[in-house]
Write a protein that binds this ligand. Structure first.
Ligand code: ZN
Length: 237
């Protein structure tokens, strides 16, 4: 309790001393964007905004937005740009984004990045986490989940003590998303549609590249270096 409080205070202080951080995280599915987004959010006290998570919440809540997106997904399509952009726009308008934010999973295409520009959203940093396709396929094919208690495992990095069975006794399964063929096609979509964003932001002088490491803490250290090296001015830019 006390520990959490002092951590929050430290994060708030760090946030105050840190320049404004309006960050976009890029990286293939499975590169570890979500985990890094959470760690950065905790460290600097700014919200991590995952469009995927917002969409899943809306679908679960059965909202009009959720139903629209669900219908698209059932047709095997991506959510239309205007819907996703609308979600981002209203989320960025909330007061907790005043000192900065982390976008995870948006923009996914160059037109979405242009829409962000048109909304007048200023981006200060773009970090791409690079992991080669084979390593991602290896990571994702080893992921296991328990449908009963929600526990997650990895056959190599975080195995269940009971092998292919959860500690609760339920046989472990692989998420449909982690199926090797699905992973392959998601990577292809990333390379084709999302990777061009690197050139888009490089041209604006915003792009930094880090190489995702086997160990989480090593990737975290590289991320910290990318965000804090050189230009921690203590002022908003
Ligand atoms: Zn279980």
């Amino acid at each position: 309790m006390k520990k959490a409080e002092s951590r929050r205070k430290r994060a708030a202080k760090r946030g105050k001393n840190m320049r404004k951080l309006n960050l976009i995280l890029l990286g293939a599915p499975g590169a570890g964007k979500g985990t890094q987004a959470e760690l950065i959010s905790e460290r600097y006290g700014i919200p991590a905004i995952s469009t995927g998570a917002i969409i899943r919440e809306e679908i679960a809540a059965g909202s009009e937005l959720g139903l629209t997106v669900k219908a698209c997904m059932e047709r095997g399509e991506l959510a239309p740009d205007e819907v996703v952009i609308g979600i981002i726009k209203s989320r960025l308008a909330r007061p907790d984004c005043e000192r900065g934010f982390i976008l995870d999973g948006f923009p996914r295409t160059v037109p979405q990045a242009e829409a962000l520009d048109q909304m007048g959203v200023e981006i200060t940093d773009v970090v791409s986490i690079e992991v080669d396709d084979e390593a991602i396929a290896r990571r994702m094919s080893g992921r296991r989940v328990c449908k009963k208690c929600g526990a997650t495992y990895h056959t190599v990095y975080n195995p269940s003590p009971k092998g292919e069975t959860c500690v609760c006794g339920e046989p472990l399964t692989r998420r449909a998303d982690d199926d090797p063929d699905v992973v392959k096609s998601r990577l292809a979509v990333y390379h084709e549609q999302t990777e061009p964003l690197k050139a888009f932001y490089k041209e604006k002088g915003l792009l930094k590249i880090i190489f995702g490491q086997e160990k989480l803490e090593d990737t975290t250290a590289l991320m910290r270096g990318a965000l804090e090296s050189g230009d921690v001015t203590g002022k908003d830019r």
